[in-house]
Design a protein around this ligand. Structure first.
Ligand code: F0G
Length: 463
């Protein structure tokens, strides 16, 4: 398809799920009822759901066929062997434990290795990764590369880890106190940006030198492989699968939320090279998740993962996936929407602080954009800014997050090109009205993870 401008979905639609269209008037009411927090909206009130790319993939006819063959035996199910083989082909890690999703694997591995006095280092820890580490009493330190700070400049691998800081931290803390180095590919919290193989190899050398565990948070590893092949010269003739296999070969283990690049709605795994560590984790798995050959998953879920992990590396699929995300981002950029550039693999991140530079941070410009996208076009997104990460000082003054972003996370194989065109049209209206938009005030919030359940008042309604 190289000679055509139009991106076509490399699949046909066999089964459809209705989208309930709504009017702007109705959405105004729905959002008021949800206290201006789209997490409180029922999904049938949403037209385009960009809240997350996690667990929202459409499965293929092959995966659905596999579901019918799910072996639901408690122990030694054939579906487990299929899932295990797929993961082993990919990772080369001998010891594999199934889990119901990524954070269950995180709790087991990082809970076991963590504890007071221990440090984990990552390009950027995802929220649940950080939460599991901190819950164990350990600390989680992010050391993304410097290039990530510049939103506008094209740098091919903004997901990279800062190698100088890595070695400095290891020496400062003492190698025996570093529980693990975790490389997140692509770097979700850092804008979905890819990590280069060169960076991954250098980290491996450093971890070997100091005898430190090196793990991959690999939930978007196929998307990362696409970027490596197209941006790192040495890899242009390798297949996406070979690139991923090489990445895994550098590490001591991996954690995967299969809800992303395994193209399924539920599932995860933990894979390790070290038997002793795997045995300890297996015990913890059995205590809270399930027996070691299902780990909280149904046989049918394991079938779907076994197939999805192969399908995700198909070149036509990956090309469509990355170019359609880039298409959306590039169109928005051309329209003058401020965003993180270059566009990442699974999402477009809008800089709401710049878009609504008239809204003060304590009135949450990111949440204002989340609300506007819903009111204008029924698009559900998530704020990644001071609503999610803001804290208060002793006087109750907001300590803002470093950035005020809004994430448009694109589910896999779910929306068509015309849905994307629709989103672009919604943004044209957003740009026209940008100066009229007011911020929000939080009226109710829980102590932890407030973005899920906080209630807001819309300042436009007040003035
Ligand atoms: N690691 C990364 C990089 C993730 O993006 C996620 C989930 C997890 C771990 C945890 O996996 O949800 O299966 O327990 N990210 C979702 C998101 C929730 O919307 O980005 P999980």
């Amino acid at each position: 398809m190289e000679n055509f401008k139009t991106i076509i979905e490399p699949f046909k639609i066999k089964m459809v799920e209705p989208i309930h269209l709504s009017t702007a008037e109705q959405r105004k009411e729905y959002l008021r009822e949800a206290h201006y927090n789209p997490f409180a909206l029922d999904s049938d009130k949403v037209i385009i759901d960009f809240l997350t790319d996690s667990g929202t993939s459409a499965m293929s006819s092959n995966q659905w066929a596999g579901m019918m063959q799910g072996d639901e035996s408690y122990a030694g199910a054939s579906s487990w062997h299929k899932m295990r083989n797929s993961i082993f082909d990919l990772t080369g890690h001998e010891f594999i434990l199934p889990t119901h999703q990524g954070r269950a694997a995180e709790r087991i591995l990082y809970g076991y290795l963590g504890g007071k006095g221990k440090t984990f280092i990552s390009n950027t820890h995802f929220d649940t990764t950080r939460a599991n580490i901190e819950f164990s009493g350990a600390e989680a330190i992010d050391i993304p590369c410097e290039e990530i700070k510049n939103n506008k400049h094209f740098y091919p691998f903004k997901g990279n880890m800062d190698l100088m800081k890595l070695e400095k931290l290891i020496i400062e803390k003492g190698p025996e106190n570093i529980a693990a180095v975790i490389l997140t590919v692509t770097n979700n919290s850092g804008g979905g940006q890819p990590v280069s193989m060169e960076n991954a190899k250098s980290i491996s050398i450093i971890c070997k030198k100091y005898k430190i565990n090196y793990f991959l948070d690999c939930c978007r590893v196929a998307e990362n492989s696409y970027f490596v092949r197209h941006r790192e010269k040495e890899y242009e003739h390798k297949t996406y699968l070979e690139i991923a296999q090489e990445l895994f070969s550098l590490t001591d283990g991996a954690i995967m939320s299969a809800k992303k690049d395994a193209l399924v709605n539920m599932g995860g795994f933990l894979s390790l090279k070290n038997k002793e560590l795997a045995d300890a984790c297996k015990n913890l798995l059995i205590i809270t998740e399930g027996f070691a050959t299902y780990g909280g998953l149904s046989g049918r879920d394991m079938e779907a993962i076994a197939i999805g992990l192969k399908e995700v590396f198909e070149p036509d699929y990956l090309h469509y996936r990355i170019t359609s995300t880039t298409f959306l981002g590039d169109k928005l950029k051309a329209m003058g929407v401020p965003l993180i550039y270059p566009i990442g693999g699974h999402a477009v991140y809008i800089d709401a602080k710049e878009l609504y530079n008239h809204i003060p941070i304590h009135e949450y410009p990111g949440q204002a954009l989340v609300c506007e996208l819903y009111l204008t076009g029924g698009i559900r997104t998530v704020e990644i800014g001071s609503v999610m990460f803001g804290k208060y000082d002793e006087d109750g003054k907001l300590i803002p997050a470093p950035m005020e972003l809004v994430r448009l996370a694109i589910p896999r194989r779910v929306y068509t090109q015309s849905h994307i065109e629709y989103v672009i049209e919604v943004f044209e209206k957003i740009m026209l009205n940008r100066h009229k938009v007011r911020g929000l005030k939080i009226t109710e919030e829980p102590k932890f993870l407030r973005h899920f359940t906080a209630k807001f008042e819309n300042l436009t309604d007040i003035f």
